[in-house]
Write a protein that binds this ligand. Sequence first.
Ligand code: SAM
Length: 189
Amino acid sequence: MPHKFDPGHVDRLESPERYESMPPERTLRNLGLRRGMTFVDVGAGTGFFSLPAAQVVGSTGRVYALDVEPAMLSSLTSKAPPPWLETMQCKESSLPLPPGTGDMVFACFVLHETRDPLAFLRDMGRVAKPYAPVVILEWAKRRQKEGPPFGDRLHHHRVEELVLEAGLCFKSVEFFNASQYAVQAFKKR
Ligand SMILES: C[S@@+](CC[C@H](N)C(=O)[O-])C[C@H]1O[C@@H](n2cnc3c(N)ncnc32)[C@H](O)[C@@H]1O
């Protein structure tokens, strides 16, 4: 069974190195997030992406920050998010949102923690609007001190296969650095 992120280590999610290598607002804008959009952040954690996403989409947009772990959501709500950001507890591969909700459905460093990655991706696709991007950020399959254990990590080729199996269209894979990459897919219709 893959390891879940330990809520006792939230500081690791907000290190200065992380802000430098993966500046959240710029990353989201580069992925196409814009004012007025609905952003679905699955496994939102402390809000590293959800909070900047709320700034980008503004009051005419909406952010759903979902996580299986209530302690992570408490950490996010303690940062006083704006009213158009809603936190929600979700179940493993079961998001409490109607089909076709998100203009962008996003999961950073979550897929490798899921018990059933295929079911997880299918549900991400379900809550995306037709043609909306479904974005997966993950750790490269390499041995290093930081990040999840080697055995839990998913090679980007495996993520490509999984998004196709989940019925999504694969668009691209891009590396932020030697350790972290983004797979972009989109919902067909
Ligand atoms: C490594 S943290 C990343 C948090 C955040 N996405 C970020 O980039 O800072 C992984 C988060 O995913 C959550 N998580 C794990 N499995 C999940 C699942 N199946 N559905 C939703 N959240 C999940 C964990 O509770 C944790 O908050």
